[in-house]
Design a protein around this ligand. Structure first.
Ligand SMILES: [Zn+2]
Length: 114
């Protein structure tokens, strides 16, 4: 009967703290949205919501009523794509005027500065 290589008095290792499974940052449960300009799917945090108000103008805000479209935050090129290729019109199911687009552009520019 060979002697055990380990003394029986070896203290048991301390129980390890339960390791909480780490979720990678890109898989956190942030809702995904599609940019109506570049059509990329991104976390909602990286996009801004554009809503078409009753009078046909566009406004930026997540809580605005009505149909919404999402655009990459601070991306004027996505705004161009959305306005120029029917992205907005398709999302809102209504035409979007050039003046509404211009207003939205300045609103988004102001949003970036804050
Ligand atoms: Zn985009």
């Amino acid at each position: 009967m060979p002697a055990s290589p380990w003394p029986t008095s070896t203290p048991r290792p301390l129980p390890r703290a339960p390791t909480r499974s780490k979720i990678p940052a890109d898989q956190r449960r942030s809702p995904l949205r599609t940019c109506v300009g570049c059509r990329k799917v991104r976390p909602q945090d990286e996009l801004v919501r554009v809503a078409r108000t009753g009078d046909g103008s566009l406004a930026v805000g997540r809580t605005l009523p009505g149909r919404g479209a999402w655009l990459c935050r601070g991306s004027s090129s996505c705004l161009d794509l959305a306005g120029g290729r029917g992205g907005f019109a398709r999302s809102f199911r209504a035409p979007v005027s050039a003046s509404a687009l211009a207003e939205l552009r300045s609103a988004m520019a102001a949003d970036q500065q804050s």
